[in-house]
Design a protein around this ligand. Structure first.
Ligand SMILES: [Zn+2]
Ligand SMILES: [Zn+2]
Length: 79
């Protein structure tokens, strides 16, 4: 039953067990690695190019394969 709990990441196409669900997309999933990469890169929103601060909601930009503000059109992430 290998891979039973793994999901495919929308950004890197890798599979991971840990990450974030994107309920607005069928099988929407962003892996923890992609999220961490985005954090270390400065949490920059792909839409408005300013950082997403702690009080703002993070959203997934599927076409750009990166993250940004949910308010800028990103799809909300859920743990
Ligand atoms: Zn990924
Ligand atoms: Zn933004």
């Amino acid at each position: 039953m290998l891979g039973l709990f793994k999901k495919t990441c929308m950004f890197c196409d890798g599979t991971a067990a840990k990450g974030f669900r994107v309920p607005d997309r069928k099988k929407g999933f962003v892996c923890g690695d992609c999220y961490q990469r985005w954090l270390s890169a400065g949490r920059k929103c792909t839409a408005c190019e300013t950082p997403v601060t702690g009080a703002q909601e993070v959203g997934a930009f599927v076409e750009q394969r990166t993250l940004g503000h949910a308010d800028c059109g990103g799809l909300r992430l859920f743990r």
